[in-house]
Design a protein around this ligand. Structure first.
Ligand SMILES: *Cc1c(COP(=O)(O)O)cnc(C)c1O
Length: 464
């Protein structure tokens, strides 16, 4: 039989898979003994010939290639590590990677329902599950995207198409200083000038001030602008701030604004009793962005957009007419995802979300998120009890922001991170350099946050 060079089969295929399985198990089991980050000698790494080598005409053994992968990940930040408490950690469930392997082997085309009705049905099921989680009506529709940024772009375009005339340049949208920059980026990509994004003042808890919003709206309307979109935080990236969602929903209704809720970080805390209570009002959004690659622990590359009136999402993303190359497509009463987002061909994101949810069960996710809330509460109790530290706000979700009462917080962060047991990132609030502890990795446990707390307190003593 002719040997197909690109198609290992039988024992050869099994050998490749077994080798990768060994590598995966070794990696996951050894994770907690590795450093969470290493930013030293990066130029030396980049100079290594293994990383610069172009592909040769002949193939090489998988073992050699996995060694190069090991080398490539030896520097930088390791998001899968339990000590990653910086930014918004995205940890990466191995079960989702297994789903990806299966999905990629099948390589079913899920941009349209006709060629993959079963797969599209599975993806529709996880979208409906999310809609139900937030009590969205049967008219809701959604799409799994590459992340929160692309989901936000589709939300902004849908709001623009729905609420503004074709000549939309007088349109304005309302955010706060805490809003993720992907909203301004989406507005720009959607064609708005930079000053269309109006920054509304916040209260002392960093939440959007509804009275200030009313005042800004009145001023803007009087100046001939056309307010159309209100963006509410359901867990800001900086501090986990949740805007007053119910009040903002009332205000959006009274002022005829599209209400977009950015729940990219906070959304799946809705699975927990505490989260549901704190996110009350989230269900009133016209559009909702979630990031399964954050609070559902999936690997990077999975965001989610839910729109209350799904037809509006479809209308904003459908072409004027379908290309002739799609003339064989038949309607199978399932969504054609290509009509709900910017992409035609897309990877099978549905299986990546469906398999872990069914394999582990929803309770496992609920328990993990409850644990993150408990751990953040523990960090808050420990840090706020330290007279050398200022911790102005109890965490609304799983992020604790702090600073040194007297001393250099930036230097404190550097010293903690140099030890590489945990990784923290910082931000600015007002004039202050602020340290953050964000607990959102499914592998982060009590032992690891205790190491973070003791490192912060130890260096705080040295620097005060
Ligand atoms: C991460 C994040 C985003 C952007 O999502 P990406 O998946 O990084 O594109 C938007 N909003 C909030 C609150 C986030 O935390």
């Amino acid at each position: 039989m002719e040997k197909r060079l690109l198609e290992p089969v039988g024992a050869d295929l099994r050998a490749l898979l077994d080798r990768v399985a060994d590598w995966v198990v070794g990696y996951v089991d050894g994770l907690r003994h590795r450093p969470v980050s290493d930013f030293t000698d990066v130029p030396a790494l980049l100079a290594r010939s293994d990383l610069r080598r172009p592909p040769g005409d002949a193939g090489r053994p998988l073992d050699d290639l996995l060694s190069t992968v090991d080398l490539a990940v030896s520097k930088g930040l390791n998001p899968s590590h339990p000590g990653h408490l910086g930014f918004i950690p995205g940890s990466g469930l191995v079960s989702a990677a297994i789903a990806d392997l299966v999905a990629d082997v099948l390589n079913q085309y899920t941009g349209l329902a006709f060629p993959a009705p079963g797969m599209v049905a599975l993806e529709t099921t996880v979208l409906r599950w999310q809609g139900d989680l937030f009590g969205l009506p049967a008219t809701a529709a959604g799409i799994l995207t590459t992340g929160g940024s692309l989901a936000t772009l589709s939300a902004v375009v849908t709001a623009r198409e729905t609420r503004l005339p074709a000549d939309f340049l007088a349109g304005t949208l309302y955010v706060t200083s805490e809003t993720h920059q992907c909203v301004a980026k989406a507005a720009r990509l959607a064609g708005f000038p930079a000053d269309a994004v109006r920054v509304v003042p916040v209260d002392d808890q960093l939440r959007m001030d509804p009275d200030a919003l009313r005042a800004v709206l009145a001023t803007d309307r009087a100046a001939g602008l056309r307010p159309f979109l209100l963006v509410a935080n359901a867990g800001s990236t900086n501090t986990g701030t949740i805007d007053p969602l119910t009040t903002l929903a009332d205000l959006a209704a009274a002022e005829d604004l599209w209400l977009h809720v950015d729940a990219a970080y906070g959304g799946f805390f809705q699975l927990t009793d505490r989260g549901r209570e704190r996110l009350h009002g989230i269900e009133r959004g016209d559009s909702l962005v979630l990031d399964p690659h954050k609070s559902l622990f999936l690997p990077f590359g999975t965001g989610s957009l839910l729109v209350r009136d799904g037809d509006l999402l479809r209308r904003a993303h459908s072409g004027a007419d379908d290309g002739h190359y799609l003339q064989d497509i038949r309607d199978v009463s399932l969504p054609d995802f290509a009509a709900y987002g910017p992409e035609l061909t897309r990877d099978n994101r549905g299986l990546r979300m469906w398999l872990p949810l069914h394999l582990h069960g929803v309770d496992a996710f609920r328990a993990a998120l409850d644990e993150k809330l408990d751990l953040a509460g523990h960090v808050y109790a420990e840090l706020s009890a330290d007279p050398l530290l200022v911790v102005p706000r109890a965490p609304s979700l799983s992020t604790v922001a702090f600073r040194l009462r007297a001393g250099d917080t930036a230097e404190l962060m550097r010293r903690v991170n140099t030890e590489a047991e945990v990784f923290l990132s910082s931000t600015r609030i007002g004039d202050h350099h602020i340290g953050r502890v964000c607990v959102l990795n499914h592998r982060t446990d009590r032992d690891r946050v205790d190491r973070a707390v003791s490192a912060i307190r130890r260096h705080a003593r040295a620097l005060s």
